[in-house]
Design a protein around this ligand. Sequence first.
Ligand code: MN
Ligand code: ZN
Length: 655
Amino acid sequence: MDCEHQSKLSKAEKKAWRKQVKARHTLLRHEGIEAVSYATQSLVIANGGLGNSVGRSRLLPVLEACGVVDALLMPPNKPYSFVRYRTTDESKKAYANLNGKEIEDDLGQKIVLYLNFVEKAQWKQLGLQTFPSGLTVIENIVSPDVEQFLLESINWTEDADNQNFQKSLKHRRVKHFGYEFHYENNNVDKDKPLPGGLPDICDDILDSWLKEGFINYKPDQLTVNQYEPGHGIPAHVDTHSAFEDEIISLSLGSEIVMDFKHPDGATVPVLLPRRSLLVMRGEARYLWAHGITPRKFDTVQASQGHKGGIIISDTGDLTLHKRGVRVSFTFRKVRKTPCNCSYHLACDSQTEPGPTFPESEGAASQLEQDYVHRVYEEIARHFSSTRHSPWPHIAEFLRTLPAGSIVADIGCGNGKYLGINKELFMVGCDRSSSLVDICRERQFQAFVCDALAIPIRSGSCDACISIAVIHHLATTERRVAALQELLRLLRPGGKALIYVWAMEQEYNQKKSKYLREHRTSPGAKEETSECVSVQELPVGQMANVGEGRSAHSDPLDNDLRQDGGLARDIPHPKLPVHTNRTSFHSQDLLVPWHLKGNSAKNPAGPLGSAGPVLHRFYHVFREGELENVCRALHGATVLRSYYDQGNWCVILEKI
Ligand code: MN
Ligand code: ZN
C-alpha cells in the first residue's frame, strides 16, 4: 500500500491497516511466517485459527465469498490459518475485503481478521507425531444400547448404600467401584476391597472382552468419571505400584481428545470416539502421561468422520468439534506385587537411593554441591538457551536506579539482567563457572563465587539483585546467611531485590499476559521465556521416583489439596521429586531438569532425543515466609513484598 493510497483511507481503515502490519510482524517474530508485499494466491489469516476458537465451517464461507478456495490449512492450536485461492485475482479480492473484517468465533465472540500474502503455507512443526507404543483405540466396542444402559446404571444423585466412593470435584464427578482410591497417596487400600465389587453389567462386558482378546487381564477396580464440556484432567501417569500394566478406558456419551505426553515433551493428541475403548499397555501406560485439556472444543480432523486415533497436524483438514458430556469407565487391575517395569525413572516401585533432607550443615552443603552446583554446571548451555526474556518487574527495578549506580547481580546465571540498564555499573557472579563463561562471552563483567561468601567489599554496592538463588540453599540458616551476605554488600540506603520460587503456583488460572505473549507453539519442547517460575518448565514430565515421593497418579490429588483436605506433608527423610507443572507437595524437593539430547544424532524425531534427567534442590517459599525472614535480618527494612508469576519477591533497603 503506497502513501498516496494511504492518505485517502478513512480513520477506521488506517487503524485496520496498522493492525494488519502489526499482525504481520507478530507472525514473523513468533511463528517465522514470512509475509510478502506482492499479491500471491495464498494468504495467512491472523486471528482466523483453531487456536482462536474459529472453526473451519465458520471461516470457509467467509473466504468463499471472495472466490474459489483451493485449500484452507488450519494448524492445530494456532490463532491463524492459511488459505489458497484458485487465482491471484480472488486472493486480492479477499485481501481487500476481509482485512479488518469482524466475524464471530465458535464461542460467539467477535474477532477481527487480518490478512497478508504469503508464498506458501508454513508454520513451526509440532514435531514428528508417533502413536505411543502400547496404545490402542478399539472403536465401536459397545453398542448404543449398552452405552445407554451403562450411562443409566450410574446414579450420580445419591449413593443409597454408601458403598461406593463418590466425590464431586471442582473439575469433574467421579465414582469408584471394587476398591476405593486414596488421593492422599494415589493408591488403593489393597486389603480393603469395597463390598459389591464391580457392577454386574461391567462384569459381563469384561468377560466378553477377555474372551475376544481385547484385554489380557480381568480388572477389579473401576473409576467412573463424568466430564462436562470445559472439564479436564491434568496429565499424569497412573501409579505403577497401584495397578497392573493394562489400563483400559471406555468413552461414552461424547468423543474427546486425550493428550499423551512423553517425558521429553512430545505431545500426541488422540481422539477417543464415543463408544470406543482405549487400551494402554507398556510404554503408553508406564512412561507416557495422559490428560485431557480443559476446553469446550477439540481440534479434530474434518475428513475422518470422527475416527479414533492420532490427530495428524499437517493434513489441512482440521476443524473444531464441540464437546458434549463424556462419561469414562476406567478399569484397572490392582497390583499385588511391586512393579518391575523397565521404565525405572517413572517407577515408584523401583527406588534409587536419593538424597535426604539435610540434617547437618555439612549435609546441606553437600546437597547443594550435588543437587545445585553440579547440575547447573552440567545444564548451563541448555539452561541459558531457555533464558532470554528479562522479567518486566526486575528490569523495571534496574531501570529506575540512578545512573552510575554500582549494582551486583548475585547468582547472575547467563547474565540476562547485566545489560538491562547501560547507565549502571553492573557486575555479576554465579556459582557455576559455565554460566559465568556465558556472561563473559556476552562481554559482561562476572566472576565465580558462592552466595554465602561474596568477595565484594562491605557497603560498596548501591543495589543488589538475587534472582532465583536463595531457594537453592538447603537450610533456613543458610538462606538467612545468604540474605545477610547480600545485605552486607549494600551501602546504607542501598536496595536489594530478591526473587524466590513460591509454593503457591497458579495452575488453574490462565497464564499471565506476559507469558502468553512470549509463548512458543504449544508443541514446542521448551518455553522461550525465563523459567524462574515452574509454570514455564517443559511440559509432560513425570520423573517421579522413589517411595514416599508423591508417586503421583490421579491428579485429583490436587483437588483435595486445594480444597484444604490435606495438611502439610510430614517431612520425609527422602526428598520428594516434583512433577513439573503440578502443584508443590513439599517445600523442600527436587525439581527435574530434562536435558535436551543431541537431536542431530537422532533425526528420528523428538522421541529419539530424550536426554538425561537431572534434579535440582529447591526450597519453595510459602506466602509471607520470605518477607518474615527479611524482616528478621539485621539492618534492613522491607520496602515492598509482592508475588510475581510464581515467585515471592521482596525489595529491601539497608538502614
Ligand atoms: Mn489415568
Ligand atoms: Zn513400574
